[in-house]
Design a protein around this ligand. Structure first.
Ligand SMILES: [Zn+2]
Length: 231
């Protein structure tokens, strides 16, 4: 194979290496990406705390309501038990019952509010549990499919690297340095010549250079400096 041919082959290997490397880092990112799962778990923890608070609030409303109802039973007992005859006291007891009833209504309203809040948070918790289960399954599936792919890519990359270093040994260091320099500057270092034109910049290759390109020696385009290769 001519020098230009070897450089062209080297470029193909480098492109393939780049692609595989990119795929490997994508695979590795996907394998280690737990952001969605962690954020679902954080959300769940905070919803559970909210739920506990809301349940406590509900419980204490229930107790307060029980207390009020107990009080009203006692006052009713005094009112209708027949032991209290004093009209003034009876009026006071009736007032007390009225006041307690209005407190009970307010407490019942607040209890209903607490209960519906608890229900709402319970349903949020269920949704987040489901979301987090789904993300866990997805995570496990990803490990199952991408784990082996990562192994394959590592083997492919090792093979490509070995092939590249064998090829580099067959290229003299000066030509290799030129190749590396152009690749760094222009991305594509070796370009084909078709219908007499450099495919890098589409300028016609002068006849004087044409002969050299044909021999397969290292020839750079006068216009874009890329290494010319004739298949
Ligand atoms: Zn050119």
């Amino acid at each position: 194979m001519s020098l230009a041919g070897r450089l062209y082959k080297l470029q193909q290997l480098d492109l393939e290496l780049q692609e595989r490397q990119q795929e490997l880092s994508d695979v590795e990112n996907k394998l280690s990406d737990r952001k969605a799962l962690l954020s679902a778990e954080t959300k769940l923890a905070s919803q559970k705390e909210q739920l506990e608070d809301a349940r406590k609030k509900q419980k204490s409303s229930e107790w307060e309501l029980d207390d009020l109802q107990e009080k009203i039973r006692q006052v009713d007992g005094k009112l209708y038990g027949g032991r209290t005859k004093d009209p003034k006291e009876l009026v006071n007891l009736e007032k007390e019952v009225k006041g307690l009833k209005s407190q009970i209504r307010a407490k019942e309203d607040s209890l209903l509010g607490s209960m519906s809040q608890v229900e709402q948070i319970e349903s949020d918790v269920r949704a987040t549990v489901e979301e987090s289960e789904h993300l866990k399954r997805e995570w496990a599936e990803r490990q199952e499919t991408l784990g082996p792919r990562k192994g394959e890519l590592e083997i492919e990359l090792a093979g490509l690297k070995a092939e590249r270093s064998r090829l580099v040994q067959q290229i003299d260091s000066e030509a290799f340095n030129i190749y590396e320099r152009i690749r760094l500057a222009r991305g594509q270092a070796v370009v084909k010549v078709e219908r007499g034109r450099c495919l890098g910049c589409h300028i016609a290759v002068p006849t004087s250079q044409w002969q050299k390109v044909k021999t397969g020696d290292l020839t750079q385009c006068n216009n874009c400096s890329r290494i010319l290769y004739l298949e």
